[in-house]
Design a protein around this ligand. Structure first.
Ligand code: UDX
Length: 438
């Protein structure tokens, strides 16, 4: 099928390349010329494992093109909206500027029978408003909502083999049927492989996405709240998580206590959900998400407090090696990153921070040039008075404590992800402190 993908960020670039890889003819469109130039040359503008490979292989088939001109969307039968919906400045609500601009820019290029498919995460009610705009354009095109659940770091496999598909279809039966047929064509490979499909209305499809992210955020903040209780009782939150996770109604996934969640989705999605619920007069229904957010932000402060404590009451003029900048491993994304936040806070308190990360130094140094960056852990550790691990990259998890001890000034480490073998680090002579652990 002929597809266009409007917006070539973390979501759109992967979607465009993956759809071409699956056999569709795809044009990816973005207003950023640098991004389009990189993608057209087969280079990923951000770190995402597997993306460079499919960019090259799909481009070689001639099925994948990139453009800065919306006019190039003409001729495609399905148009995906994959632009960002960041947090509005000075508010918790989502900023829909890019989504509205994408749909408005696309409308003049739509033809009878085309389908516009929203993938961006939006406040419930947005799809109905956009469908009305598409209908009013008189193009005869339809709109569907098809939320995306990909995780950064696993975006390629999550797109090619998703764990479920959700279609939010127009209310009118014949239109819904037409939209479904087109979407079934797009996702023919995944459907043939038995991927579960939920066919529903616009509002449910929009809510599936935000409620999934709200649930994941709640699960993380739940275990981090238990970490706070563990800290005042001498309990060990990692053992607690193992024990409660053995109940398969609870499960062990997303029960890793640490410095908390970040990234371009979870933090802003729970805030936008709260703002939207308040607009709808149902603020109390998701008021707990404010607690989820507050618990999450307290864990960053906890790491900073532990650093102050470990250094005898002040970090001023102390050398601190910060291991990690990205919001999670396998990504160079620093949006709302707990790791970067901790590094910046420690620097603000007068510490001499040297941060390292296998991928996120270029993105972090653009936003925070005041920090010192080291290309590898050895350079960051050199002479450090304290080590703070805040992103659980394999390079850090598998670090040899004996090797690391020879580099630092003082063998003291805060494991902000509870990811190191505490016994091994202590045996090597380190003062080890985890989160929610004695
Ligand atoms: C998330 C959702 O998982 C995905 O379905 C949605 O489409 C977009 O948002 P992503 O932002 O890529 O994906 O990251 P995810 O893997 O969910 O991790 C989010 C954050 O939670 C990271 O900062 C991670 O370090 C943290 N986390 C995760 C924990 O602190 N503890 C855990 O147990 C799990």
């Amino acid at each position: 099928m002929k597809l266009s993908v409007i917006g070539c960020g973390y979501l759109g670039a992967v979607h465009a390349a993956a759809m071409a890889e699956l056999g569709h003819e795809v044009v990816g469109i973005d207003i950023d010329p640098a991004k389009i130039e990189a993608l057209a040359a087969g280079r990923a503008p951000f770190f995402e494992p597997g993306l460079p490979e499919i960019l090259v292989s799909a481009s070689a088939t001639g099925r994948l093109r990139f453009s800065t001109s919306m006019a190039d969307a003409a001729g495609a039968e399905v148009h995906f909206i994959a632009v960002g919906t960041p947090q509005k400045k000075g508010s918790h609500a989502a900023d829909l500027t890019y989504v509205n601009a994408a749909v408005a820019g696309l409308i003049p290029h739509l033809a009878e029978g085309d389908l516009v498919v929203g993938k961006s995460t939006v406040p419930v009610g947005t799809a109905a408003e956009l469908a009305a705009k598409v209908a009013a354009s008189g193009t005869g095109a339809l709109l569907a909502w098809n939320p995306e659940f990909l995780r950064e770091g696993f975006a390629v496999s999550d797109t090619i083999t998703p764990d479920r598909l959700v279609y939010g279809l127009p209310p009118e039966a014949a239109q819904a049927e037409r939209a479904k047929t087109l979407l079934d064509g797009v996702y023919a490979t995944a459907l043939a492989a038995g991927t579960p499909l939920v066919v529903t209305d616009y509002a449910t499809a929009e809510l599936v996405k935000v409620s999934a992210n709200a649930f994941l955020a709640t699960k993380i903040s739940f275990i981090n709240a238990m970490a706070e209780i563990a800290e005042v009782t001498g309990a060990d939150v990692t053992q607690l998580a193992t024990a409660i996770g053995l109940d398969d109604r609870i499960g062990w996934k997303f029960l890793k206590a640490g410095v908390g969640f970040g990234g371009g989705c979870l933090p802003k999605d729970i805030r936008a959900f709260t703002a939207r619920a308040e607009e709808l007069g149902r603020g109390e229904s998701v008021a707990f998400l404010k607690e989820v957010d507050a618990i999450n932000l307290r864990r960053r402060q906890r790491v900073v407090d532990l650093a102050v404590e470990a250094l005898g009451g002040s970090v001023y003029d102390k050398k601190i090696a910060v291991l990690g900048l990205a919001f999670k491993p396998h990504s160079d994304d620093i949006r709302d990153s707990p790791a970067l936040d901790v590094a910046v806070q420690l620097h603000g308190l007068g510490a001499i921070v040297t941060a390292t990360d296998p991928q996120a130094i270029p993105t972090a140094s653009r936003v925070h040039p005041q920090l010192a960056y080291a290309a590898d852990p050895a350079a960051a550790l050199m002479g450090a008075d304290l080590v703070v691990l805040v992103t659980e990259w394999d390079e850090f998890r598998h670090m040899d404590p004996v090797w690391a001890k020879a580099l630092v000034g003082t063998a003291s480490i805060i494991d902000g992800r509870n990811t190191l073998d505490a016994a091994a680090w202590r045996a090597a002579g380190w003062t080890y402190k985890g989160l929610g652990r004695p």
